[in-house]
Design a protein around this ligand. Sequence first.
Ligand code: NAD
Length: 525
Amino acid sequence: MSTQVLQSEQTREIVSYDPGTGAELGRVPLASPEEVAQAVRRARAAQPAWAGISFKEKGRVILKARAIMLSQIEELATLISRETGKPVSEAISMEVVPTLDAMHYFANHTASLLKPQKIDIGQYGLMGRSSRIVYKPMGVVGIISPWNFPLGTPAEEIVMALMSGNAVVLKPSELTPLTALKIGEIFRRAALPEGLLEIVTGDGSTGAALIDARVDKIMFTGSVSTGKRVAEAAAKHLTPVVLELGGKGPMVVLEDANLENAARGAVWGAFANSGQACASVERCYVHESIAPQFLARVLAGTQALRQQVGTKEDTDVGAMTNERQLRIVEEHVADAVERGAKLVTGGKRAGNLSGFFYPPTVLTNVDHRMTIMRDETFGPVLPVMTFKTEDEAILLANDSVFGLTASVWTKDIARGRRLAERIEAGTVMVNEVLYTHGIAQTPWGGIKESGYGRTHGRMGLLELVTSRHIHVNRMSFLPDVWWFRYDPEASSLFQGLATHFTTGSIVRTARLLPRVVRRLLQRGK
Ligand code: NAD
């Protein structure tokens, strides 16, 4: 078996395997372009009625799905664990809990987050005019998701899209289709009206078909290279896209950091989910004065981790989800070692485990010529480098094409905030790592090649609606002064608008009033 998923040409099926044991978990159809188009048509037909019901009624369905999910927590987390290789406990803490929290938050708060916004238009207000923004659903949202968080990533986006009045067609990763089907089952049991959540299982061709079926928005999470293809394909239909792509998260440990916690944070941030998180710590920069103490703690923490199949209760680190990713990790480590990096621990596939296990690995003597410091590794490797000054640390952190997440570690919070603002990333944490995707209220997304657009929080909801500007003139009996006809009197008034009105001063604008009245009276004749 070379990959976790086999595809049979005859049956057009994909097969899901447990990467920890190699056991087959199930088979699902590989949807054809016509089947994808049908799913989009069903979603489009179901959406207007759903958009027409209140936020409260929509929230009721989401909360019902939440209750069902909560009642199946063990079963769901075990399925995620078996399909991805991650520990069951991590499936709960990093996927089920944030999903339940997002369900609760968006079910209860979308109405206020998307309530119409009044816009202050300054002096126009004096003339009886007002503006507001109202938000309307996009229509059908296509979600294309990866395998590393097969519940959390799509389910939270589904909840946001549904709560803002859309229908959804989900194309999950070919490596984790069973978790996606489970999401569908939960919403079905919650009596979500038919057609509002369609799930099309398949591979990249199925994702491409979803874009070609002309959905109204694409929420894509995945690699930079696929993201570029998705943006290109979507551009043909002018379909707006949110791209949540890869990362190369830097962690900057200043000399005044709480060493013990920084080391624990580095170990969790680098090895949770076997390092297969877009927000994983992939580069660690430590002030040279504390490097030996920090490394000793990191080494002790790493060597204490238990690696075994994810379904065992005391597993810290499970298998990687697929062999292709494991090979990339091996290549990055080999390149680093060849260029002079030192393996402090790990670095070789565990001989006693038959699945896709790669041991938590720590490297020192690394530099930015090495692939391990430039490309996304997406595996359990922590390369550690030292720095002398703050400026050098910032230069190193920003020396990347990625800009998703980063962290700064210091007891001086003002200093932490100051440095955080200098790091080029969508999210910079001070004394924290990795986890803010788990917060429903805060925006998530990258800059540079980590993508564009946001998910989560109000910014995430705004990606799933169109904004409509409604402008009202209450003084419908008066013509505007800038309307026809133009004459010397009009010219003089327009000059006055330029010199007085555009200053923003109410007093100066008031001086125009006699000329305004004169023009209105003249036109009344
Ligand atoms: P991937 O790009 O290979 O696949 C992602 C999804 O796109 C899958 O469902 C795949 O079937 C589909 N796809 C493939 N080709 C397609 C095409 N031509 N058109 C449409 N869809 C297509 O990524 P992956 O290996 O599944 O996931 C790992 C990547 O995801 C990593 O780079 C990781 O950093 C990134 N990621 C980013 C975030 C984030 O929030 N920024 C979160 C999780 C993962």
